[in-house]
Design a protein around this ligand. Structure first.
Ligand code: ADP
Ligand code: ADP
Length: 228
């Protein structure tokens, strides 16, 4: 549970300005979507909140505290990347348990771990895969395990980068509905990146539209829909 404030964020890679003076104010518990085409600066924005890029200017605050100089490990954020990184030698169960066993929030009892993993894998429809290894899964199943690794733990902020991109249309629609419900039940602030307009409208409490690293528009789905 936390507000996220991004102020005047700027990040340039060599000659490309990925994020250009971006400011966003995200409320506690909000499901906030960052929408934009490929190259708009969405991933760079998420990574800046996670502390995974050195920004050139600007500031990120979580729960009112500046994250300047705070290492990723000490930020209470959970991030899922489009290029899901799973431990290849570990079963699905152990991949899901590892965020609960290590890190600064490593304080879950064995029983609590079991319950959380059961709940999240049932929601994501992967509860029958717990004993498999990542290489024995389809891309869509792997992506759901990667999303599970985020949702299984508590964090101030969930950072989700195109978490449904590798699912087929039918499964994507089903997962969208599940995420919508999770978002309504959970009090965790969520930043959700997508290039999919329909997905943004379906999921967001509010949506920020990015283009060329700049904020083009921000508002509720109703506002974005009526003023495209
Ligand atoms: P999006 O997530 O919206 O696709 P990104 O934040 O990944 O956008 O990228 C924004 C811009 O910054 C793109 O032009 C991309 O090529 C560039 N970029 C991103 N990461 C790097 C990097 N590590 N090195 C060089 N350029 C990068
Ligand atoms: P996304 O999955 O958001 O579309 P990409 O596939 O463009 O991101 O980029 C994947 C990774 O490569 C990211 O870590 C990004 O920072 C990096 N990257 C993106 N564009 C460039 C680039 N032009 N040069 C070097 N690295 C890049």
């Amino acid at each position: 549970m936390a507000t996220v404030r991004i102020e005047n964020l700027t990040k340039t890679y060599e000659k490309v300005t990925a994020v250009d003076g971006l400011s966003l104010d995200i409320a506690d518990g909000e499901f906030f979507v960052i929408l934009g085409p490929s190259g708009a600066g969405k991933t760079t924005t998420l990574k800046s909140v996670a502390g995974l890029v050195d920004v050139d200017a600007g500031e990120v605050s979580i729960a009112g505290t500046s994250m300047e100089g705070v290492e990723p490990y000490h930020r209470n954020v959970a991030m899922a990347f489009e290029s899901y990184a799973l431990y290849p030698q570990k079963t699905v169960f152990d991949n899901l348990a590892s965020p609960l066993r290590s890190g600064r929030t490593g304080k879950y009892s064995a029983q609590d771990q079991q319950q959380r993993i059961e709940a999240v894998t049932t929601t994501l429809g992967i509860d029958h895969l717990l004993k498999r290894l990542p290489r024995e899964l389809s891309n869509g199943q792997r992506q759901r395990v990667a999303l599970g690794r985020v949702l299984v733990r508590t964090a101030d902020v969930y950072l989700l980068d195109e978490p449904l991109s590798h699912l087929d249309a039918k499964l994507r629609a089903a997962m969208r509905a599940e995420l919508k419900q999770l978002g309504e039940m959970s009090s965790t602030t969520t930043l959700y990146v997508t290039h999919d307009y329909q997905e943004a409208l379906a999921l967001g409490d509010r949506i920020a539209v990015l283009r060329n690293g700049r904020l083009v528009q921000v508002g509720t789905p109703y506002e974005i829909w009526h003023d495209p």
